[in-house]
Design a protein around this ligand. Sequence first.
Ligand code: GLA
Length: 397
Amino acid sequence: MNSCAAGRSQCRKNMKVLRAILIFGIWVPMVNSAQTTLKDAFTNEFFIGAALNESVITGENPTEAGIVKTQFNTISPENALKWESVHPQPGKYDFSLGDRYVKFGVENKMFIVGHNLIWHSQTPRWVFQSTNGTPVDRDTLLARMRDHIFTVVSRYKGKIGGWDVVNEALNADGELRDSPWHKIIGDDYIAKAFEFAHEADPQAQLYYNDFSLEDLPKRNGAIALLKKLQSEGVRIAGVGLQGHYRLDSPSALEVDETISAFSSLGLKVMITELDIDVLPAANRRRDADVSDRLANRAELNPYRKGLPDSIQQQLADRYASLFSIFLKHHGEINRVTFWGVADGDSWLNKWPVEGRTAYPLLFDRAGKSKPAFFGVLKAAQIKSEAKLSDGSSDSAR
Ligand code: GLA
């Protein structure tokens, strides 16, 4: 029976109920999702962060700086603390940008990450050479490494909470990359870097960071390396999965298994450089080697005028699915950091092909939240609803 036919007062009551359903069932979640920030959505699970480029650090890009302050509670420096930035010449350190980066984090009460101390890339050639251009010997390079690590880590002692001590030491096959560090010092350059960093700041968390650890040969190589370091008593707190992913790879299962594999070593796992490339693969390799440079071709840059809705949706679904895995492992993961803030500044506009229009992040070129942003929030909402329905509540970070 139509309830209004039951009389005026019943009808009024029904209208009230309907209004309440509308307000609480539809509008409130909409208002909530408009107001919920990423850092609030994951507050009991893990830190959530972004890598900052120079224009965000200096405030030249107030839109992105605003997004960072509102949405994130941890930051990483895209380039500000790399060797070439802080130590461009022998004996000459330049902390102008590094200091502003750390100040930004301190002022906004964020967990501040240092990236990175020892890497083969973005490290000036002089580091490995004597004045006549020949390679330096092991002792000289160890002394340079120690001086660099001590100077940089000590400067930010007590402010930078965790350091990527060694970045990308492995090849795709899981063997140690024959970088100048490895060639000149030998296998133990990694242990030495961790020892120096620990001496310089015993409180800082120290990490090994790399890409494509989801691929089995490289993952197994990393597991062997980390086990060896642990058996030698090296103080290593965690491993960073860079997370430069594509829409279709690595698979959710590979990500899931990789997190389990590293956390079973007793290490914290971090997703340190998350982005999802929606552009056509420019090569067949599944990696993030910054030295790759490929020619631009029209078919490699199909979304110059904007991302079609169907791809926006695929990106949102992919982010939601990845975050549901991260949430499943929330006790093992202590941080998820995006590699950039908004699409326009992503390194993927330049790599591995210069001049493409990339869409890998949660905020568009104008700083507006994309469907991907809501995909990430949706994963958090599904998790908290599941927690409510089974009556559990937990917090792990
Ligand atoms: C690697 C490095 C980062 C950055 C990205 C590309 O993943 O770890 O510092 O250079 O490449 O931006």
